[in-house]
Design a protein around this ligand. Structure first.
Ligand code: COI
Length: 354
């Protein structure tokens, strides 16, 4: 398929790298293509970033049939731009799509479209330390119909946003709030799909956490309300004794690309990684007996985010001395060194943007 390109008449002023925050600014262009059963995915185009016309009856607005991804493009010291494991995100998007009854994307074509858009928007990749260009591929259901069934038509788009740190804390430890009242996902549900509704479901408890002075919610499983699943925008790791423990992928946890990268890095360093069920009681018991050394989250937006405090059932614990633990720092440094092209990439994770 040929991608048509319509360039914006006027280009925007770029924000200062020091004031990016997360998710506020968007580049000049976006990639769009549509799906219809008789045509398949068609009309791939790069066009000026701007409002999209859709019917108020569009199915995505009523039943949340929407999936998305998040990955980043990084500026390197040699002046290049590179992607981190883009195929893994596209593969996950197809897995999410299958769960949400959406037609699959052609992996190679989506990658080609992403690279084409990035070539045009290269100048938007910020250069300051810790900044990157966040890439948000999305699929929405577009049938103008309000009966409940999967949509027949869809729109796929990719938008780009220059970003800094996701959390206002930057790399400083975040405070995490555990709820045993609200859940994010249940067995057999859509927890492992990157679908809009999972994030909508997280908002209310996150609001309560924020009101109590905490940054994010740590979700427990939806069946026993006992086992740790994930944190608002990231997967979670615990260093207990000499093991690195993370909840096993059980169908209700997002299979994070950064999570997998942390596991591969740890194994390459000879650290024992254990993917298993871990209860919040075990975390508190490990804190009480001194074996809980570090807690940190991993995610595309969050990168590696140390956790300084956890509050559960009215009781707050401080992890270590409340600062950044040595292992979290090592993961952050080594992972970002690969992402920004400052270190070798023994895992073959990097893809240059031509
Ligand atoms: C990401 O880390 O890319 C995500 O999609 C999380 C989102 C809440 C920003």
């Amino acid at each position: 398929m040929e991608i048509t390109i319509k360039k914006a008449d006027t280009l925007k002023e770029h924000p200062d790298d020091s004031s990016l925050g997360f998710g506020t600014y968007f580049t000049d262009h976006m990639f769009v293509m549509d799906y219809a059963p008789e045509k398949g995915w068609h009309d791939p185009r790069i066009e000026p970033y701007g409002p999209m016309e859709m019917y108020p009856s569009s199915m995505v607005l009523h039943y949340g049939q929407a999936i998305f991804e998040g990955l980043k493009a990084y500026h390197t010291d040699s002046g290049g731009v590179q992607l981190f494991r883009p195929r893994d995100n596209i593969k996950r998007m197809n897995r999410s799509g299958e769960r949400l009854c959406m037609p699959p994307l052609d992996e190679d074509f989506v990658l080609e479209a992403m690279l084409e858009l990035l070539k045009l928007e290269k100048g938007w990749v910020p250069k300051a330390d810790g900044t990157s260009l966040y890439i948000r591929p999305t699929i929405i259901a577009t049938d103008p119909y309000i009966g409940l069934r999967p949509s027949f038509t869809y729109r796929f788009f990719i938008i780009l946003s220059p970003v800094g740190a996701y959390y206002p804390e930057g790399f400083d430890p975040v405070k995490i709030w555990v709820t045993s009242k609200y859940v994010r996902a249940v067995r057999g549900g859509v927890g492992e799909a990157k679908t809009a509704g999972n994030y909508a479901a997280s908002l209310y408890a996150t609001k309560l956490a924020n009101e109590d002075g905490y940054t994010q919610v740590m979700w427990l499983d939806g069946v026993d309300l006992k086992y740790v699943e994930e944190v608002g925008s990231m997967n979670i790791f615990f260093v207990i004794g000499d093991e690195l423990i993370t909840p096993e992928l059980n169908g209700s946890i997002l299979s994070g690309v950064t999570r997998d990268s942390v596991i591969q890095l740890a194994e390459s360093w000879g650290i024992k990684v254990v993917e298993r069920k871990i209860s919040i009681d075990e975390v508190y018991a490990a804190h009480a007996d001194g074996s809980l050394k570090e807690v940190f989250g991993s995610g595309t937006a969050a990168v590696i985010s140390p956790v300084g405090n956890i509050k559960f059932d009215g009781k707050e614990i401080t992890i270590g001395d409340g600062g950044v633990g040595p292992l979290a720092a090592r993961f952050f440094n080594d992972l970002t060194a690969i992402q920004y092209g400052k270190a070798e990439d023994p895992f073959n994770w990097i893809m240059p943007v031509g």
